[in-house]
Design a protein around this ligand. Structure first.
Ligand code: G3P
Length: 213
């Protein structure tokens, strides 16, 4: 499997609405773009692969104000980030969200803040587990400065669920290290969204990950 690179647009101003489209246009050939749910439709018309940043653990029905997997899928999402450290959910909701996403045909990335959660979360059979150290998010200090924790997460996942890592990744070398540690890819936000040349950064990440282009 090719290494996975997900760029999380979060709710950054430079990655919102029209600017989300512009950024996606620049970088989509190198990565998956995870945009705000309200931007899914517009970005999916121009980008190869778009993820939602959240779903609620509900299906069709009387759920005013909820983001459903079915609606996001219909509007062009191909996957979803669940339980991001900035959007945490109780364990039973994570389980339900993964099940509904799978049923709707969305790929699932479940984020965890500590290795202790690997076993529980891998029982839900998400497509990926993403380990992010919350204190390093947006810090410019890469999660790969915690190699032992990353190795622990991979070991606990036991080869059954591919592991991504994220937080503080800004350099191609951080990506190289993540892959060398055994990660199946990375999740990045500010290092790309806030870069003066996002396309150059993401293309260098892609090369560093071992992808050809
Ligand atoms: O989901 C990605 C993320 O939380 C990492 O953020 O800004 O440290 O790349 P950042």
């Amino acid at each position: 499997m090719e290494p996975v690179i997900i760029v999380n647009f979060k709710a950054y101003r430079e990655a919102t609405a029209r600017d989300a489209e512009a950024l996606a246009k620049m970088i989509e050939k190198y990565c998956i773009v995870a945009v705000q749910n309200a931007d899914i439709y517009r970005v999916s018309r121009i980008a190869r692969k778009v993820y939602a940043q959240h779903i609620d653990p509900v299906g069709y029905g009387a759920f005013t104000g909820h983001d459903t997997a079915y609606c996001l899928k219909e509007n062009g999402a191909s996957g979803v980030i669940i339980n991001h450290s900035e959007d945490q959910m109780p364990m039973d909701s994570i389980k339900k969200a993964v099940e509904i996403a799978r049923e709707a045909g969305l790929e699932t990335v479940v984020c965890i803040r500590t290795p202790e959660l690997v076993k529980k979360v891998s029982n839900f059979k998400p497509d990926f587990i993403a380990y992010e150290s919350p204190e390093l998010i947006g810090s410019g200090i890469s999660v790969t400065t915690r190699p032992d924790t990353i190795k622990k997460v991979i070991e606990l996942a036991g080869g059954k669920t591919p592991v991504l890592c994220g937080a503080g990744i800004t350099k191609a070398d951080d990506v190289r290290k993540a892959i060398a540690l055994g990660c199946s890819g990375i999740v990045v936000a500010s290092g790309v969204v806030k870069a003066s040349n996002p396309a150059a950064v993401i293309s260098s990440f892609r090369q560093a990950s071992g992808c050809v282009q």
